[in-house]
Write a protein of this length. Structure first.
Lengths: 112, 110
């Protein structure tokens, strides 16, 4: 069974721009969660989508948004990028909330 | 939701048992505990999950005392390939909060 895939793997953007990251979950998984990982703050939960609806949300500003498509693929968007948004963005899929999560390799975003 | 605290790093030798403890003093009744392993340049990988007492699978055991204010991941007979960062996660089944620990960097020596 194919794992979680994320594209692109690396991205460099300029402050003020916006960015869209993509995640393809494991087949059959309807829950997709996004996380931000930085050396200073560690792993932080952004939001979770299930059946095209945002069901759970972490404590991040509205510049961070996402969506999920009918095939469970998900995208995350960050608008008006700030230097502090530089991080590894991880996507994880699971059968449902609180179940074992399978993480993708992440997208490393650098904001200059 | 519970704030989680872990030791920053631990050292061990091949063949030894390693126990990593996570403190979560304010854990709520319905919160569950999960442990993940992360290698450089990879996403975290699920190890084990539990709610109370003891859970064991083919790679690890998870011990949760009755007060649930801490949990211990036990790795039997570690090998060099177990060198990684280990995270505990406290999650709620009833709310939308997930709190990862700060991670414990385990270094296994030959």
């Amino acid at each position: 069974k194919a794992g979680v895939t994320q594209t692109p793997r690396y991205l460099i953007k300029t402050r003020g721009q916006q960015v869209t990251l993509s995640c393809s979950p494991i087949s059959g998984h309807r829950s997709v969660s996004w996380y931000q990982q930085t050396p200073g703050q560690g792993l932080q939960f952004l939001f979770e989508y299930f059946s095209e609806t945002q069901r759970n949300k972490g404590n991040f500003p509205g510049r961070f948004s996402g969506r999920q498509f009918s095939n469970s693929r998900s995208e995350m968007n960050v608008s008006t990028l700030e230097l502090g948004d530089s991080a590894l963005y991880l996507c994880a899929s699971s059968l449902d909330w609180s179940y074992e999560q399978y993480f993708g390799p992440g997208t490393r975003l650098t904001v200059t | 939701l519970a704030k989680t605290t872990q030791p920053i790093s631990m050292d061990s030798y091949e063949g030894q048992e390693v126990n990593i403890t996570c403190s979560h003093n304010n854990i709520a009744t319905n919160d569950y505990i999960t442990w993940y392993q992360q290698f450089p340049s990879q996403g975290p990988r699920f190890i084990i999950q539990g709610y109370k007492t003891k859970v064991t699978n083919e790679v690890a055991s998870l011990f949760i005392p009755a007060d649930r204010k801490s949990s211990t991941l036990s790795l039997p007979r570690v090998s060099l390939s177990d060198t990684a960062v280990y995270y505990c996660l406290v999650g709620s089944r009833n709310t939308d909060k997930l709190i990862f620990g700060t991670g414990t960097r385990l270094q296994v020596f030959p």
